[in-house]
Design a protein around this ligand. Sequence first.
Ligand code: ZN
Length: 212
Amino acid sequence: MPSPNSRLTDQIEQLLATDGPLRIVSAGEPVLRAGTPPYEGQLSPALLARLIDALRLTMHTAPGVGLAAPQVGVPLRIAVIEDPATVPADIREARARVPQPFRVLINPSYTGVGPTQATFYEGCLSVPGYQAVVTRPSEIHLTGEDEKGHPIDEHFSGWPARIVQHETDHLDGMLYLDRAELRSLTANEVLAERWTQATPGEAAEGLGFELP
Ligand code: ZN
């Protein structure tokens, strides 16, 4: 393993010098487009643990259901996910939005499993104020490691699969808008007013876009 990287260590120490949630960077910041090098022990174990705690706190505070390190300006292949799935029963059922316990994804990489796709509105803490419809594989195979370095090799389905894909895409320098149906783009206040249905069929009709 390479020795801890001192420039990166300094950057993260500085970031973590103040307690509390970190600033989330918005679309347009190059760090969100750069892609991330794999995590290979660039940080000391203690600093890695502090970074993960800060990512979790920042995700909770936002609030959001996932956060990738580049979203706080850190160019490392690390993300966290957690979703209490506190949504009405009809939405939970239509979107398979089951609770996702807290997980740390280090060096994650996914592939779609099977032909089934899911099409729903999705948003991003780095693109505040808007959501758009994204079609993604309903089920994925994820590989990577957890925070202890133990391998991850498992299937995710339903809403947790969407979260994992969204966060892993961040680590590849992608935003959900790169995959979105752009005619579906909706401001949050309009979404709350008009498109609260469990599935985006009415939005497709109203805004003039095709569902797969
Ligand atoms: Zn995002």
